[in-house]
Design a protein around this ligand. Structure first.
Ligand code: PXG
Length: 466
């Protein structure tokens, strides 16, 4: 047990600053300010060390799909810890939870996916993707086919391979990334790159950038294309409907493997089990993590479609890759309980038929707010693009604020102060609440969002940013 209730917030912050280097954090700046300490959670609400209740509209970090405090997951972990807390899957062994979860994943995955390779996280899953895709072409006698294409502003993790596949320029600037053999095309971000095109027209153009890149690299050198169905960390960038079908056509035409990174979009987030099903893509490989256990315990992996599985199984010999925690029995037991709970509660259908459309309707109303120049939703993920709509710029869709003003961060500050976790990606305010959120809770969230937009608008006026 930690000494959770025996220290004050200041004491926690001091110990945190002295010893804990946080991910994606300016260590010195945080040490000066002090971390927010979260001590407990239930359903969609967090409690901090000062007793404040916060509506968690980010599901932890895009992962707590079934909400906090689900006893079925807690019981599954306890039972498995008691019976067999760990055994590995190397050296021709397996454990029942790892086998049973593999079966269940095959059941909920799109047709043609009957096998899984486990990792401990989404980043590791994408490391597996790089190894597996290159191995596939090696086995087929085409080792030169090793280039993997991805997109700017994609997020695929933070390991060397994950960060290289990702298209975050800030990450590439640290540590000599990307690693060789990974190239990027522009993202399907209509607000940024759409010019005067309609969304549909732009979707086809943006997909065409993949074809241009394949031709520039040489079709005989391109192994795979990887993409998130909806870019999550990049700002909930929902592609035009025309985008994924055209990407699929291009991958088919050149024989390029299609990888769908479903670490965020998987397990119901888009109102489908996997985001590729929402957008009509038929990937060869699927990366997953986060929602597979609703974040209660780390687990990730790759669903391997028949095209790749057949080659690796029948012709591949030993695949020299794996992790200590590939198929961790406790993580797998929690994942089984989590997926069964998603099924029992009908959460995927609920997002598809009820809460997703309800959120979309509320976001359409938020589009009237003077600070909002674009809204997008997809299932239970949504974005509000903040900007100027005063016609001072030249674009047709409103103008960005000067980046240096950090209007998104100002809005995020108001959210924290008003008991709401909403993230800012630049000036794009994003949410991805737990899939158990009810209509009444969506209403509650929308009231908070509007209040925080109003407060941000006041700041903009006061500072003459508008
Ligand atoms: N792929 C995608 C699509 C992700 O969103 C990963 C891979 C990596 O997963 P792991 O489990 O290794 O973190 C992710 C993770 C953010 C944020 O700021 C998003 C993620 C992680 C941390 C922060 O939105 N996504």
């Amino acid at each position: 047990m930690t000494t959770m209730n025996t220290r004050t917030t200041q004491q926690w912050q001091a110990a945190d600053a002295a010893h804990f280097l946080h991910p994606f954090t300016d260590f010195q700046a945080l040490a000066k300010k002090g971390s927010r300490i979260i001590t407990r959670a239930d359903n969609i609400y967090l409690t901090d060390s000062d007793g404040h209740r916060i509506l968690d509209a980010m599901s932890g970090l895009w992962c707590v799909n079934v909400g906090y405090g689900q006893q079925a997951l807690i019981d599954a972990a306890t039972r498995q810890m008691t019976q067999l807390p760990f055994y590995n899957a190397f050296f021709q062994t397996a454990t029942p939870p790892a086998i049973e979860l593999a079966e269940l994943l095959a059941e909920v995955s799109p047709p043609g996916f009957s096998r899984v390779f486990y990792s401990g996280s989404g980043s590791e899953g994408n490391d597996t993707i790089v190894r597996m895709v290159r191995r596939y072409w090696d086995v087929l006698g085409q080792p030169q086919r090793s280039v993997i294409l991805s997109r700017h502003n994609a997020y695929h993790g933070s390991t060397m391979a994950g960060a290289s596949l990702g298209g975050m320029s800030g990450m590439h600037a640290q540590g000599g990334l990307p690693i060789p053999g990974i190239q990027h095309i522009e993202q399907p971000y209509w607000f940024e790159h759409g010019g005067s095109m309609s969304r549909e027209e732009f979707g086809r153009v943006a997909a065409g950038w993949l074809e241009q890149k394949i031709l520039a690299v040489g079709p005989d050198k391109v192994a795979a294309f990887i993409g998130e169905p909806v870019q999550g960390a990049g700002g909930v960038i929902v592609p035009p409907e025309t985008y994924w079908p055209e990407i699929q056509r291009i991958c088919d035409q050149y024989g390029v493997l299609l990888v769908s990174d479903e670490v965020i979009c998987g397990f119901g987030r888009t109102g489908h089990w996997f985001g590729c099903q929402r957008f009509g893509a038929r990937p060869d490989l699927i990366t997953f993590a986060k929602g597979v256990t609703s974040g209660y315990i780390p687990l990730g992996g790759v669903m391997v479609g028949d095209r790749v599985a057949q080659v690796l199984i029948e012709q591949g010999g030993e695949f020299e890759h794996g992790y200590t925690y590939s198929g961790h029995p406790v993580a797998c037991a929690v994942a089984i309980a989590n997926i069964r709970l998603i099924q029992q509660l009908g959460l995927v259908q609920q997002v598809h038929d009820d809460t997703g459309p309800y959120l979309a309707a509320l976001y359409q109303k938020l589009a009237d707010h003077p600070l909002v120049v674009e809204t997008q939703t997809c299932g239970l993920m949504a974005a509000l693009q903040l900007g100027r709509r005063d016609g001072r710029g030249t674009g047709t869709r409103g103008q960005r604020f000067d980046e240096a003003l950090s209007v998104g961060m100002v809005c995020r500050g108001h959210c924290f102060a008003n008991g709401l976790i909403m993230r800012a990606v630049g000036d794009r305010m994003i949410i991805a609440p737990p899939l158990v959120i009810t209509r009444a809770q969506i209403d509650e969230m929308a009231v908070l969002i509007r209040r925080c937009l109003d407060l941000t608008l006041e700041d903009c006026h006061r500072n003459r940013w508008l």
